[in-house]
Write a protein that binds this ligand. Structure first.
Ligand code: ADP
Length: 397
């Protein structure tokens, strides 16, 4: 069975093609992508033609399903067929996730036109947070706001789910890895009694960043809240911000609500702080040359990551492993070192040489004797989406 996973941005389209053999074991057949896309239909045609030319599929009919890592749906989560209900749910929250929801709604429509009859499946990024307790997901707002969907939803669910599964394997807890693998089928199944709880803090640090606490593989909360404009500073998007800032800048700077929204989603985050770039590589280079705003951007990012790690460390009553994943988490040893600095009293000790040497690959970077293991686990969100797509198609056949 061949499953195409489509990763859509407002002007980008990345894809991976997986093949599942008779035993359900996946292999990655191809991956690629397009930047600055102005015609999604043409990009999809191009992708399918490339897969045929590369010998990966004989025809479009050889694609047996397409999976989408949809972000946030109004009154809808989980892993479901990507139909009109999904498009309506994405539309319902398009103001909350303007960089993501319209792109996915448009992409699903285009794939439906280009591949009629091929099952399309949406795995919402919020699905992993279905079991977060109210105490960690409610905001102190009027009831009508809550009924309208104003709560912490959590995102990067596919990435944190992969970390939950892989970290459990690395820590010798196959029972927990199996529990996570079946999570969307079986819910949080019971854990064998007598085993200590497995406590992991997963740090997805990239263009978008979030931190999640995992108890026995299940998310207990997320740094991301109502929208992807929350938690850590994002590339161009503001992270956590006092709600009073919005009316204040509207009144004192004379900004319209639309302009405030634009600045919070396009000109804030790492770009707004540094004034240099939304990419941590550029910011790191500028800081090394003495640019003070770039230095502040790095410091705010590390401080914010430590703030959220601290929150989950307390909630989990300690932790067995701290995991770094995604573009920054996998490739930026300086940031990892800054985040792990001076935590020896909490049992977290990074090994500087191992940390410096590890980029873009899986490995352990904790010092010998560190009570908390520190791992780098390359993100594999697409695999999670592909697996769930297979399962969703099988369940609805
Ligand atoms: P996205 O959320 O867009 O998929 P990524 O996970 O690729 O983003 O993360 C982008 C961030 O990761 C950038 O800030 C960049 O600095 C960093 N990054 C990505 N690849 C590398 C690399 N090879 N070396 C250093 N930093 C990297």
């Amino acid at each position: 069975m061949n499953i195409l996973v489509a990763n859509l941005g407002s002007t980008s389209f990345k894809f991976r093609l997986f093949r599942f053999d008779g035993a359900g074991t996946p292999s990655l057949l191809a991956k690629g992508g397009y930047e600055r896309v102005d015609d999604f239909g043409r990009a999809i045609d191009d992708c399918l033609a490339g897969l045929q030319a590369g010998g990966h599929v004989r025809s479009a009919a050889d694609v047996h399903g397409v999976g989408f890592k949809t972000v946030l749906g109004k009154n809808l989560t989980g892993c479901v067929r990507a139909d009109a209900r999904v498009i309506a749910a994405l539309d319902g929250f398009k103001e909350v996730a303007p960089a993501h929801n319209p792109a996915y709604a448009a992409g699903i429509r285009r794939f439906g036109e280009k591949l009629p009859g091929v099952p399309l499946v949406a795995l919402f990024e919020t699905a992993f947070y279905q079991w977060v307790p109210d105490a960690a997901s409610r905001y102190a707002v009027p009831e009508a706001w809550f009924q309208a969907g104003v709560r912490r939803h959590g995102f990067h669910g596919a990435s944190h789910k992969f970390v939950a599964e892989r970290s459990a394997e690395l820590l010798g807890r196959d029972d927990i890895a199996g529990r996570v693998r079946k999570l969307y089928q079986a819910g949080p199944s019971p854990v064998a009694s007598g085993k200590p709880p497995l406590r992991v803090i997963s740090c997805h640090l990239g263009g978008s960043s979030s931190i999640t606490g995992l108890r026995d593989g299940i998310a207990i909360g997320s740094s991301l809240g109502l929208s992807p404009q929350s938690g850590l500073p994002q590339n161009n998007r503001v992270g956590d911000l006092d709600s009073a800032a919005v009316p204040y800048v509207m009144k004192t700077l004379g900004l319209s609500l639309a302009e405030v929204e634009r600045q919070m989603t396009r000109e804030s985050g790492l770009l707004g702080l540094s004034g240099v770039s939304n990419d941590l590589r550029d910011i790191g280079a500028a800081a090394a040359q003495g640019n003070p705003r770039a230095r502040v951007a790095l410091d705010v990012f590390a401080h914010s990551a430590r703030h959220w790690i601290g929150a989950f460390l307390l909630e989990l009553n300690g932790c067995d492993a701290l995991v770094f994943t995604a573009g920054i988490g996998e490739n930026n040893p300086d940031l990892r070192a800054a985040i792990c600095a001076d935590l020896d009293q909490l049992g977290v000790q990074i090994d500087p040489a191992k940390n410096d040497a590890l980029r873009g690959a899986e490995g352990e970077i904790s010092a010998i004797g560190s009570r908390v293991k520190i791992f780098v686990i390359p993100a594999n969100e697409e695999l999670v989406v592909a697996r769930e797509t297979v399962r969703c198609i099988a369940a609805s056949n």
